[in-house]
Ligand binder design. Structure first.
Ligand SMILES: Nc1ncnc2c1ncn2[C@@H]1O[C@H](COP(=O)(O)OP(=O)(O)OP(=O)(O)O)[C@@H](O)[C@H]1O
Length: 373
C-alpha cells in the first residue's frame, strides 16, 4: 500500500531521516515509534506530501506520488492539536473536506452523519468545537479525515493532548474504526504503550533510521538491539562477559554467577571474555528466600516495595546496584535477603560493540550485582 524507498531528508545539513525503506500493507495499522526528534513526523509529512524528500521516493498503491502535493495524494492527516475550525459547527468541519471534493449536498450530509456515527458523536453535528471536550474535538478531527474516505490515514500523536482515560478509550475506538473501514493507518507516537496497544506492526526509529520493524510481540520479546530493548518497556541491564555456549544460548558471567541468555539477532562474533550486556524484563525475575531450595544464583537485598495497583514493583539491591522486579503480589519487606531467578529463555544477550548504543552506566541506572551460590 505504502512503499518508502531510500527516503532521505536533512534540515540545514542535519539529517532528520536517513535512507529509510519501509513497506506498509493495505489495511495495516503501523506505528512509527521513537523518542523526540528521531524523525517520525518528518517521515509522516513526507508520506502526506507536506515535506519533499531530498532523495528517495514515496509510492502509494504502486503509484510514485513523490512529486504530488498533499491534495493530490489519497491520504488524510490528523494532527496532535486537532486543527478543526472553531467558527464552524462539527458537521461543517466534517463537510469542509467533502466540499473540496465537490460532492453533492445529499452525499455530503450522508457522509457527515456516517462519520459522526463512526466516531461516536451521533447527534452532536450542530455543536461548535468549544462546546466539546478535548476527546470529542479529536474525534471530530478523525471524523473529518475519515469522511473523505482516504486510502491512508496519517496520524501525528493524535491522542497526546488528552487525559489518560480518554486516550485509552480512543485507542480502542480507533482500532475498531480501522477494522470497520479497512483504512491503512500510519500513526506517530513516542509512547511505547500506545504503539504496543495500537500497532499491527511497530517501526522503531532512532536518529532518522529504522532500528526494528515488527509486531509488538517481536519488538518487546525479541528486540534486535539494546536500544530497542531499552526503549520499549522497562528492562534491567546486567553487565557481563561471554563465557561460552551455543548459537541459541549463551553462558554469560555476571560478577561471578553464570546466567543463560539468548543472543540477540544482531549478535556479532564473541569469544570468551567479550563484554556482553544482558537484558531482563522485570516480570521475568522472581524472588525467593535466600536459602530456599532451587533458589536462583543471584543474591540480593530488597530495598523498596511499591504497590502500583495491578503490579507490585520490588527494587532489589546487591553490591550497591538495583534490579526491578514485577509481580502480582509481594510479601517482601525492605531489608529481606533474597535470591533472584530469571525465567527460562527470558534473558537476552547483546554483545557490546564499540561505538554502538550501550545501556546507561551502572551509576546512572544501577543493576544488580551478583554472587555465585
Ligand atoms: N522544518 C524544520 N526545520 C528544521 N529542522 C527540522 C524541521 N522539522 C524537523 N526538524 C528537525 O528534524 C529532526 C526530526 O524531527 P521530527 O519532527 O521528524 O522528529 P519526531 O521524531 O517527530 O519528534 P517529536 O516526537 O518531538 O515530534 C529534529 O532534529 C528536528 O529538530
Amino acid at each position: 500500500m505504502i512503499e518508502l524507498k531510500s527516503l532521505c531528508k536533512s534540515f540545514d545539513g542535519v539529517p532528520a531521516v536517513r535512507d529509510l525503506d519501509l513497506v506498509v500493507g493495505r489495511g495495516e495499522f503501523l506505528c512509527l515509534l521513537g523518542s523526540s526528534g528521531c524523525g517520525k513526523s518528518t517521515t509522516l509529512r513526507m508520506i502526506a506530501g507536506f515535506i519533499q524528500p531530498d532523495s528517495g521516493s514515496v509510492l502509494i498503491d504502486g503509484v510514485d506520488v513523490s512529486g504530488y502535493g498533499p491534495d493530490a495524494r489519497p491520504t488524510s492527516m490528523v494532527f496532535q492539536d486537532y486543527a478543526i475550525f472553531p467558527h464552524l459547527t462539527v458537521a461543517e468541519n466534517i463537510e469542509f473536506g467533502l466540499k473540496a471534493q465537490k460532492l453533492a449536498k445529499d452525499e455530503r450530509a450522508r457522509r457527515t452523519e456516517e462519520a459522526l456515527d463512526l466516531v461516536g458523536l451521533t447527534g452532536l453535528g450542530g455543536r461548535r468545537p468549544n462546546e466539546l471536550s478535548g476527546g470529542q474535538q479529536q474525534r471530530v478531527a478523525v471524523a473529518r479525515s475519515l469522511a473523505i474516505r482516504p486510502s491512508v490515514l496519517l496520524m501525528d500523536e493524535p491522542l497526546s493532548n488528552l487525559d489518560a482515560k480518554t486516550r485509552i478509550q480512543l485507542r480502542t475506538q480507533l482500532r475498531e474504526i480501522q477494522r470497520d473501514t479497512g483504512t491503512t493507518i500510519v500513526y506517530v507516537t513516542h509512547d511505547q504503550e500506545e504503539a504496543l496497544a495500537l500497532g499491527d506492526r511497530i517501526a522503531v526509529m532512532k536518529d532518522g533510521s529504522l532500528e526494528q520493524l515488527g509486531s509488538g510481540h517481536e519488538i518487546y520479546l525479541a528486540p534486535s538491539n539494546g536500544y530497542v530493548a531499552d526503549f520499549v518497556g522497562i528492562t534491567n541491564w546486567l553487565a557481563g562477559e561471554y563465557a561460552g555456549g551455543s548459537d541459541e544460548s549463551w553462558e554469560v558471567n555476571v560478577a561471578g554467577a553464570v546466567l543463560r541468555a539468548t543472543p540477540a539477532s544482531t549478535s556479532s562474533s564473541v569469544s570468551p571474555g567479550s563484554p556482553v550486556d544482558v537484558s531482563v524484563r522485570p516480570e521475568d525475575v522472581s524472588l525467593s528466600e535466600e536459602d530456599a531450595p532451587g533458589a536462583g544464583v543471584l543474591r540480593g537485598v530488597v530495598r523498596d516495595v511499591q504497590f502500583l495497583g495491578p503490579v507490585v514493583r520490588t527494587y532489589v539491591e546487591a553490591g550497591g546496584s538495583v534490579v526491578i522486579v514485577h509481580s502480582a503480589q509481594s510479601g517482601w519487606s525492605p531489608g529481606a535477603n533474597v535470591r533472584l531467578s530469571i525465567g527460562e529463555g527470558a534473558a537476552r544477550a547483546f554483545p557490546r560493540v564499540e561505538g554502538a548504543w550501550r545501556p546507561p552506566a551502572a551509576a546512572a541506572r544501577p543493576v544488580v550485582a551478583v554472587a555465585a551460590s
